[in-house]
Ligand binder design. Structure first.
Ligand code: CTP
Length: 449
């Protein structure tokens, strides 16, 4: 019996795929089809696959051409499969000519002519590019623009700068509730907006976008007040729009694997989460206009540091204490802030600063061991699981492409296409983060030093 194997992603299974599978089958008596796993595709930079692994497997199965379907999960697996299944012929389309010649050592390699004029990429593009407008002046905007090129089906269709807005308004900051007519004309041709403006502007900008039927991806904090945040989610539901919280760390593979390890009990019962995020930047507090645009510690770093606390311990803490070192009379600009949380059976602390420098590490402690993520943990691709007996320690590394931003964009685009959000950051966490911002600005549970 001649055994044949072939591999592919098979996103939106098309005529080109079936023709290839038919000819592959005809090369022998038994055809094994390897379908690539999502993580494997991610690792090789193919991040815009739209269908899930199960959908793609089902599509291959429905052709009736595969005698067996396997999943391709790691680099080098083809050699293992060829040996394990006793393969005689390895085959793929001619777009790969030469690339798999190294497999000749293990079996015969056949490149089949690729069908002209059709590909998954084209099918994905046909659904029309999603027109996204970018709001804000922060570096996040530049990064988002750069990363959007890695995701097909996305077009950056406009920029909205707050600086221009202020100039037009003769140097007065715009009304918190109404972002103005210029913003409305910016929104008109768009399908969606990515907002990374000063957090004090988020509420008005998100609200206006949603009321005009635009989907929104917004950097945390979504709002500085809990009720406003709830209202925005309510409007999004009423208008059938996606409102998704953005924070790149949440989309990093290493970070999500770390959460799963803790939740599956690998460090025993969770006892404490300690997160530190700091960076230094010169702040001209005397210049009111500059000050207005400057991000304080709690807005810049609070959401990142709060994320693992709320994702691991939940948002129902029994008490909290905020200690802040503020620079101005309005108590709005904090050089650094520390927050201690008490939960019924655990504690957590965050330390955030734009005016201090500290080790940006994340430590998650349990009754049997702990997880250590070295600085800068919010751009994490590596962490360690550590035990009393160092011989049991484990190290984990996951490739992080584009700081996680491109995975965030993919997730937003897919939520819009599927008309359903499977958020990496849950609504109640987004709300709780707004709640902490509200307490900071209203001075609730805050001590000043
Ligand atoms: N294939 C083919 N003819 C096409 C498209 C794909 O023969 N028009 C073959 C590929 O050479 C490969 C297999 O089908 O052996 C699976 O390819 P896959 O990468 O899943 O499909 P593409 O349409 O090429 O996907 P993409 O556009 O995302 O690269």
């Amino acid at each position: 019996m001649i055994k044949v194997i072939t591999y592919g992603t098979y996103d939106f299974l098309h005529y080109g795929h079936t023709r290839l599978l038919e000819r592959a089958k005809a090369l022998g008596d038994y055809l094994i089809v390897g379908v690539t796993a999502d993580d494997f595709d991610k690792n090789r930079g193919k991040i815009n696959v739209h269908q899930s692994l199960m959908e793609r497997i089902e599509a291959v199965r429905s052709t009736g051409l595969a005698d067996e379907i396997i999943i391709e999960e790691y680099e080098g697996q083809k050699i293992d499969d060829i040996k394990r299944y006793g393969i005689d012929i390895f085959t793929v389309g001619s777009d790969w000519v030469g690339k798999f010649d190294y497999l000749n050592e293990y079996c015969k390699v056949v490149y089949l002519e690729r069908t002209e004029g059709i590909s998954s990429t084209e099918i994905r593009a046909q659904s029309g590019a999603l027109k996204i407008g970018l709001v804000g002046d922060s570096v996040a905007i530049t990064k988002f623009e750069r990363e959007s090129h890695f995701v097909n089906g996305v077009k950056i269709a406009g920029f909205y700068s707050e600086t221009q807005e202020e100039d037009r308004d003769s140097h007065t900051p715009p009304d918190r509730q109404h972002p103005g007519t210029f913003y409305q004309s910016f929104l008109a041709p768009l399908d969606a907006v990515y907002i990374a403006s000063h957090p004090s502007r988020h509420y008005a900008q998100i609200r206006e976008a949603l009321l005009n039927g635009k989907h929104v991806l917004c950097e945390l904090p979504v709002s500085l007040w809990r009720e406003e945040c709830q209202e925005l989610f309510r409007i999004a539901r009423e208008r059938n729009c996606i409102l998704m919280a953005a924070l790149k760390t949440a989309y990093a593979t290493a970070y999500s694997r770390l959460l799963l390890l803790v939740k599956s009990g690998r460090i025993g019962r969770l006892v404490s989460v300690d997160a530190t995020c700091t960076s230094l930047r010169k702040v001209d507090i005397a210049n009111q206009k500059e000050y207005f645009k400057t991000w304080n510690s709690i807005c810049s770093w609070g959401p990142s540091a709060l994320l693992p606390v709320f994702q691991l311990l939940g948002t129902d803490f029994s008490s909290k204490r905020i200690v802040s070192n503020v620079m101005d009379d309005t108590k709005q600009f904090d050089l650094f802030t520390r927050i201690d949380f008490r939960y019924p059976h655990a504690v957590a602390s965050i330390k955030v600063g734009k005016g201090i420098k500290s080790e940006g590490e994340l430590i998650i402690s349990g009754t049997e061991g702990y997880i250590y993520v070295p600085a800068p943990w919010w751009k994490t691709d590596y962490f360690e699981l550590r035990y009393e007996n160092p011989a049991e320690n484990k190290r984990y590394f996951y490739q992080l492409e584009g700081e996680g931003i491109r995975y965030e964009i993919v997730s937003f685009v897919q939520a819009i296409e599927k008309k359903k959000c499977f958020p990496y950051i849950e609504e109640k966490i987004t709300e709780a983060i707004s709640g902490i911002m509200e307490d900071f600005y209203s001075g609730t549970d805050v001590e000043y030093i």
